[in-house]
Ligand binder design. Structure first.
Ligand SMILES: NC(=O)C1=CN([C@@H]2O[C@H](COP(=O)(O)OP(=O)(O)OC[C@H]3O[C@@H](n4cnc5c(N)ncnc54)[C@H](O)[C@@H]3O)[C@@H](O)[C@H]2O)C=CC1
Ligand SMILES: O=C([O-])CC(=O)C(=O)O
Length: 356
């Protein structure tokens, strides 16, 4: 017996879905959406990941697909996004997943998004500083932010690509140029420093890391990463040796992973966890939850520098309140001066990249 026209159509649809060529990908996801009942109607937020096929992007896509606050998840990359999308889309969680490949699909990836998370760009190899990534990643961030300014100017941007101390100022300048800049909506992701600090401090204190809260301020590179160990919760004290050990370990956590990975990349799994934790905080803020506070590298008046990482309260419009640093001890005051000196140069480098 010959299959009916309807069955043939259904088979063709399934086949396009399972084997999407790069060009077919968007078309097949449109067919898929048209053929599914009641999908995409769930309440929730729309999230895009740019660089979704990378070391951070892939596990982050899994974690965001698991987040019940996400109703639509767009996965964009310049390579391999069809495979990652097909894979993640099979998870039986609520979010509808759509894939986008290459610059010509950037608009589709961004239109209508509430949050855009950016882990696009090259990672470090042993012997490199984060600033060594500037040459390549600055241009990538500029292009992606031009897309955001055009397609979703009101989205919250979670910027992960290094060097964060320069890429956040780059993004700000792109948005200013486009006339869409809202400092509350541009958030440099420094959450991994907090995640590491909580873990290392908990180890020293013999506590569960989930009970520990360490504010980490400044920026996201070397001495600009400044853990405020005098403000750890639950309240505790450290010997000078413990303070020195913890500060160094937190500041060099990224390098520890880069060296252990021996040329194959930098932190991806812990970073995906940290990025998902931060994005979840942003989503809860957007939903209107009270008291959502995390550290982030943002436009700031906490110091004389135009950008600085500190605790921020996340709300319906982004970083709605930026907290002062609070009382610092002598060790932290010296650290703050070192951090500001290096940060000033990195911020200037980012700003000049767009203004020059
Ligand atoms: N903020 C933080 O705490 C951390 C930041 N990072 C940074 O995150 C970035 C990504 O790291 P990994 O995922 O390990 O690198 P990766 O190389 O594994 O992945 C990067 C992805 O970006 C994609 N990509 C490149 N150009 C693109 C473009 N124009 N548009 C969209 N996608 C593009 C690549 O195709 C690749 O799939 C690096 O710059 C790294 O230094 C890494 C760890 C922590
Ligand atoms: O160290 C790197 O290059 C990646 C990174 O930012 C981190 O792990 O904190």
């Amino acid at each position: 017996m010959q299959p009916s026209a309807e069955v043939n159509q259904r088979i063709a649809r399934i086949s396009a879905h399972l084997h999407p060529s790069n060009h077919q990908m968007e078309e097949s996801s449109i067919l898929r959406r048209a053929s599914c009942r009641a999908k995409g109607g769930a309440p929730g937020f729309k999230v895009a990941i740019l660089g979704a096929a990378g070391g951070i992007g892939q596990p982050l896509a899994v974690l965001m697909k698991m987040n019940p606050l996400v109703s639509v998840l767009h996965l964009y990359d310049v390579v391999n996004s069809p495979g990652v999308t097909a894979d993640v889309s099979h998870m039986d969680t609520g979010a509808v997943v759509r894939g986008f490949l290459g610059q010509q699909q950037l608009e589709g990836a961004l239109t209508g998004m509430d949050i855009v998370i950016i882990p696009a760009g090259i990672p470090r190899k042993p012997g490199m500083t984060r600033d060594d990534l500037f040459k390549i990643n600055a241009g990538i961030v500029r292009t992606l932010c031009e897309g955001i300014a055009k397609c979703c100017p009101n989205a919250l941007v979670n910027l992960i690509s290094n060097p964060v101390n320069s890429t956040v100022p780059i993004a700000a300048e792109v948005f200013k140029k486009a006339g869409t800049y809202d400092p509350k909506r541009l958030l440099g992701v420094t959450m991994l420093d907090v995640v590491r600090a909580n873990t290392f401090v908990a180890e020293v204190l013999g506590l569960d890391p989930r009970e520990v809260d360490v504010p980490v301020v400044g920026g996201h590179s070397g001495v600009t990463i400044l853990p405020l160990l005098s403000q750890v919760k639950p309240p505790c004290s450290f010997t000078p040796e413990e303070t020195e050990y913890l500060t160094n370990r937190i500041q060099n956590g990224g390098t520890e992973v880069v060296e252990a990975k021996a040329g194959t990349g930098s932190a991806t799994l812990s970073m995906a966890y940290a990025a998902a934790k931060f994005a979840d905080a942003c989503l809860r803020g957007l939903r209107g939850d009270a008291g959502v506070v995390e550290c982030s590298f943002v436009a700031s008046q906490v110091t004389e520098l135009p950008f600085f990482a500190s605790k921020v309260r996340l709300g319906r419009t982004g970083a709605e309140e930026i907290y002062q640093l609070g009382p610092l001890n002598e060790y932290e005051r010296v650290g703050l001066e070192k951090a500001k000196k290096e940060l000033a140069g990195s911020i200037h480098k980012g700003v000049s990249f767009i203004r020059a």
